[in-house]
Design a protein around this ligand. Sequence first.
Ligand code: GLU
Length: 380
Amino acid sequence: MSDQAGARSQRTQISGAQRVVVKVGSSSLTNGEGLDATRLEQLVEALVVARQRGQDVVLVSSGAVAAGMPALRMRFRPRDLASQQAAASVGQGLLIERYGALFARHGFAVGQVLLTVDDVTRQANYRNALRTFTRLLELGAVPIVNENDTVATHEIRFGDNDRLAALVAHLVGADALILLSDVDALYTAHPSDPSALRIDEVEDVDDLEVDTSRRGASVGTGGMTTKLEAARIAAAGGIPVVLAGAHDLAAALNGEPIGTLFLPTGKKRSRRLMWLAYASQAKGDLVLDAGAVRAVLERKASLLPAGIIAVHGDFHAGEPVRLTDEHGAVIARGIVNYDAEDLPHVIGRSTHELVAERGPEFDREVVHRDALVIKLRKRR
Ligand code: GLU
């Protein structure tokens, strides 16, 4: 297949996606005076076309702080967190009201889903969130996601709804993720730099050489760095990503060659493994000797007590932990089969010896290979 034909077939994956997650940031929804009615309308129009084609659509939308500011007579974005949260609290209602009215014109209901990082890191919450999404989509509604700014302020501080969008894409088993931005594509340097070149397609984010150090617009908080991280997370789980200007959403959904397409780098993995790799919070570290590092990385083996030289943290069997080498570099994440307090008695010892001495319940891996994901990033 020629390069061009290859690119076309990847774009078809976007237009043919059964389930799409679209992420839009504050700067694409607002003007100087708060929410921009025309921009919102254009966004919804494009999403409605996808819904009418039979695609499931999940929208991850910021804009709550910006929407709340005029209602609270705030002329400038407040600097303190409490006022930002108050603005988000007022604005979230207004935002959903607007989306609700726009989608209702076309007969679609919207469902507000406010999430915190905890919701995608704790397994029980993750399952609850998944149940809600699944049912909303079955019922034909459009879930509209934002961070729950009252109790979590990650996006306010780090502009990280991009990452949330990638995690939601995994959660709902999306076939495509579209990240809308106020620039129309990824460039090799800040787009205002005359030497900046537009990038049409990215095979692997880890191989990219772009300068994303300069921040974007003043309203948005994410910038390109978090978008690339989001693209990396989604692509690693087999989900193609399009980064495009907000006005290009309709074209992006049609599979037209606009913006930057990030090709999937990994295969679709189970939700549980994606959760383990990107969403979960590790409760501790297991430090591996060189032999165990090789066994895990090269032979994809389970981790046995014999290969562990130290244990850090406080965790219970069934919780996520990091596996590191002797220098502290994280090589994998896994679900541990022992409580932290039991490990000091068994590490460094052969399973055979442990079973002979302590009984058959010691015939278990510390981390089974099926509950383990390799985390090593490619080195340049
Ligand atoms: N989640 C917030 C919002 O929707 C934060 C975005 C921001 O910091 O502007 O507005």
